[in-house]
Design a protein. Structure first.
Length: 320
């Protein structure tokens, strides 16, 4: 049974202890780190001050990174989370060393929280329990975080299917908003995940006194493969959204052209009627048909003939 301890409102600790091996493994999870949390890290660990400053909740790193320091690794990674209808980056700082893993984050990250709860209640099924190695615990955590990305990609796939149905159901205007949202989601996912492969590649080279290096490389290569697969899926979704956007624009343009064509034909047909009405509305003294008993009906018949002539002309030109 793992040992769980609530150190403060923002700091929780799990001790994974396999009775078959010597030593133990600590996972310290810190949320919304402020001055008290940074002071705790200062007091208990010899970390680089710049790394501690990067872990404060008000600081956001624009790029992921990994740095090997004396006695530990420091790493920053971003993972996508769904927040208020949009995908935003959640930043996690990792401190990895022999015997402990420290995670610092600000967002509510479902995959991390679920995995932490699993470790808190039953860690015996974990690879990290067998090895009591922080690099293996990190691998299992990253696997959960990366696998969680598939849910967001699936959400995009559902959205793409809905857009396709809307486009071919003559709902082009409604489809525009969904296409823009899909574009934003895919762009955000690509920005968040674009450097993961480089960071994971560095982790394949980590050496541990507890775990054979080929074993570490095998598992982190598995994460790299997942990252490549996700990137390929995002590329495909990006292309599909572009195709749907082009199709939607073509249908909108065709619809607009049809409307303009109808209005143009209507205005051309009405023009001679307006011209005749203007001519016969002149106050000239000797206007034909003006004083004739059937003058009104004659003018009306002339207008009808002009309109029918214009329609026949358009029909012969195949403009209708």
């Amino acid at each position: 049974m793992p040992q769980y301890k609530k150190i403060s409102d923002h700091i929780s600790q799990i001790v994974i202890d396999n009775p078959k091996t010597k030593g133990s493994l600590r996972w310290i999870n810190i949320t919304n780190a402020g001055k008290k949390e940074i002071d705790y890290l200062k007091k208990n660990f010899d970390f680089n001050l710049n790394h501690l400053k990067a872990s404060i909740s008000t600081v956001f790193s624009q790029r992921p990174m990994i740095s090997e320091e004396k006695g530990y690794f420091f790493m920053i990674l971003h993972f996508p989370v769904y927040d208020n209808g949009r995908i935003v980056p959640a930043e996690i700082e990792f401190f990895i060393s022999h015997g402990y893993l420290i995670t610092v984050h600000n967002h509510n990250i479902p995959a991390l929280n679920i995995f932490f709860e699993k470790c808190k209640t039953d860690s015996s099924s974990l690879l990290a329990h067998n090895w009591e190695s922080s690099i293996i615990l990190l691998y299992e955590l990253l696997e959960k975080l990366i696998n969680d990305c598939y849910l967001l990609i699936d959400r995009n796939s559902v959205g793409i299917s809905q857009v396709e149905d809307m486009i071919f159901s003559q709902k082009q205007k409604e489809a525009v908003t969904m296409i823009l949202n899909l574009r934003r989601s895919i762009i955000n996912l690509r920005k968040i995940l674009q450097n993961h492969q480089d960071i994971l590649g560095r982790l394949t080279l980590v050496k541990s006194s507890l775990v054979p290096q080929p074993y570490i490389k095998k598992h982190y290569d598995h994460l790299i493969e997942h990252s490549r697969k996700i990137w390929t899926m995002l590329d495909n979704q990006k292309e599909m959204v572009e195709v749907l956007n082009n199709t939607n624009e073509s249908l909108l343009n065709d619809r607009m052209t049809s409307i303009m064509k109808t209005l143009t034909i209507f205005s051309v047909i009405v023009y001679p009627l307006t011209l005749l009405a203007g001519i016969f509305g002149m106050n000239a003294k000797y206007m034909p048909l003006i004083n004739h008993p059937y003058g009104f009906w004659g003018i009306l018949a002339l207008m009808t003939v002009c309109s029918m002539g214009m329609l026949l002309f358009f029909e012969r030109k195949r403009w209708l």
